[in-house]
Ligand binder design. Structure first.
Ligand SMILES: Nc1ncnc2c1ncn2[C@@H]1O[C@H](COP(=O)(O)OP(=O)(O)OP(=O)(O)O)[C@@H](O)[C@H]1O
Length: 276
């Protein structure tokens, strides 16, 4: 098994302005054995946290290390062998084929001149097969639908073969089948000791991945090792400001059994109106 990766934030303020940080006094340790879903309202700083961990945005204060060494001392290529990123939005103005876009993910593994070897092309084919998108291989990336592009960007991140994968709402534009396939692949990566840090607005995904939960609220992080401890109506209301029931479907032996179900206020109104 490859050595464990460990990224640590210590007493760090994160954001864009020292006088008004988005997240304050953050202590966070992530390893390649962690699978973590990040939940929080729009604008609470999930992407900002990711940009910090990826070295795109220095912490406003405090420390950030990767395997004990300050993150800023890593060269981008070296960092890319450790951490891969699936951003929320991605634009490629040039009409590269899907195979070429995924091959870019191999850059950190290529030699000095960046010439792809047979093993790089084989890795690309394996990942296209794994995500069931081999049929897109020769298509131009710019011609794809939003969901197809998202699958290609996920493939590009997997091609990096990094020990930690940071995904920013990766399923948001995927059809239901691709969402399920993606969660399936993430569970496989988890078994292979690839760390996962994933922002999502679907709390159920924490149950489906049996993931730890990181909640962003009031400039702080709350971490829960067990999704059942995090996904409780009281805490969900605190994050999203709406009522959400957590129902035990009791389908034991068939994966996780808990699901979140929103309470739609107008339903209650309608049923009250119909009461004789
Ligand atoms: N480059 C920037 N300079 C200043 N403020 C920024 C910058 N990028 C983002 N912000 C602000 O930081 C806050 C947090 O943004 P961020 O994208 O981290 O939120 P998020 O939790 O990922 O939101 P969402 O769920 O909507 O994706 C927002 O108010 C945003 O406007």
């Amino acid at each position: 098994m490859p050595p464990q990766l460990k990224i640590e934030l210590r007493n760090a303020d994160l954001g864009y302005r020292k006088e008004s940080p988005l997240l304050q006094g953050i202590d966070l340790t992530l390893t390649s054995d962690d699978t973590v879903c990040v939940l929080g309202q729009n604008g609470t700083g999930k992407t900002t946290l990711f940009k910090t961990l990826l070295g795109f945005l220095p912490p406003l204060s405090g420390g950030l290390t990767l395997n004990g060494k300050p993150l800023e001392e890593y060269q981008p290529r070296e960092l890319a062998r450790h951490i891969a990123y699936v951003p929320q939005a991605h634009h490629t103005p040039f009409p590269y084929t899907v195979s070429q876009v995924v091959l870019f993910g191999r850059t950190a593994h290529m030699g000095f001149f960046g010439t792809p070897q047979k093993k790089d092309r084989t890795a690309v084919e394996r990942i296209l097969d794994m995500l069931d998108i081999r049929h897109l291989a020769r298509r131009s990336y710019t011609e794809l639908s939003g969901g197809e592009r998202q699958m290609v960007i996920i493939a590009r991140a997997l091609a990096q073969e990094a020990r930690l994968l940071i995904l920013d709402e990766p399923a948001s534009s995927l059809d239901y089948g691709n969402q399920v396939r993606l969660l399936d692949k993430i569970r496989l990566l988890k078994e292979q000791h690839t760390g996962i840090l994933m922002a999502t607005h679907q709390p159920d995904q924490a149950f489906l991945l049996d993931a730890q939960v990181l909640m962003l609220t009031e400039k702080h992080l709350l971490r829960y090792d067990d999704p059942s401890h995090a996904l409780q109506p009281r805490l969900l209301k605190k994050i999203y400001g709406v009522d959400i029931q957590v129902i035990d479907t009791a389908l034991a032996g068939n994966g996780p059994s808990k699901v979140c179900r929103p309470v739609i206020t107008s339903w209650q109104q309608t049923s009250n109106d119909q009461t004789p």
